[in-house]
Design a protein around this ligand. Sequence first.
Ligand SMILES: [Zn+2]
Ligand SMILES: [Zn+2]
Length: 252
Amino acid sequence: MKVDIIASGSGGNCIALTYESRTILIDAGVAKTKIAKRLLECGIRPDQVTDIFITHAHGDHIKGLPLANQYRIDVWATDGEWKGISGVDDELRWVVETKFGEYEVIELNGIFIYPFKTHHDAYEPVGYTVEAYDGSRACVVFDTGKVDEEMLALMEAQVYIIEANHDPDMVEASNYPISVQSRILSDLGHLSNQQTAEALQKLIRGKGERIYLTHLSSNNNSPILAEMTVKAALRQKGFIAGTHYEIEVVSK
Ligand SMILES: [Zn+2]
Ligand SMILES: [Zn+2]
């Protein structure tokens, strides 16, 4: 499975996953023209995109959704998140369904999508693990205040696209209002570098997995700090970057 980070950060998030001739997007959080341009730079024609999976209906994840109507792309979101999404043509709207309280696996030709519940101040946010027929798996976890065992059980993959949003001390020292600071730091906010490092410590097996640290706060984090925090946590397990796993901080 080919992974392209189309956009990452508070300004907007969008990931392209390509298997054979099909591309799916996880979120479409920057302007549609920007998504189309970036896709082409990655060698993907926008009309190759068959489906967009939405994690939650915050602007930095859905801003570019008009792309769907233009290119007739199916859009998937949970019932709860559809409450916050407008403007997608009816015949393109698909619901990520639950059965007995668990999300159902979605099968598109050659690709399986496993949604899982995340913890964020949205109606019904989710993350996604995507598995291709060849067994390759990529996991996308954006805004969540914590990573719990239920999530970890579905997150195992060879590629992790995960938010490393902030450094808690930088948030506390920032000039953000206290209410905003508490929101970011809460269990329904965003992952700190440390939380992301702890989750990856549980997930990484040292078998050459690839980590993309994404959704970095431009005010309350720095790429080097995010990277060092994760590397230190993995070093405790004896894993060295470049030998046991690859890591890239995406701050664009
Ligand atoms: Zn959000
Ligand atoms: Zn976000």
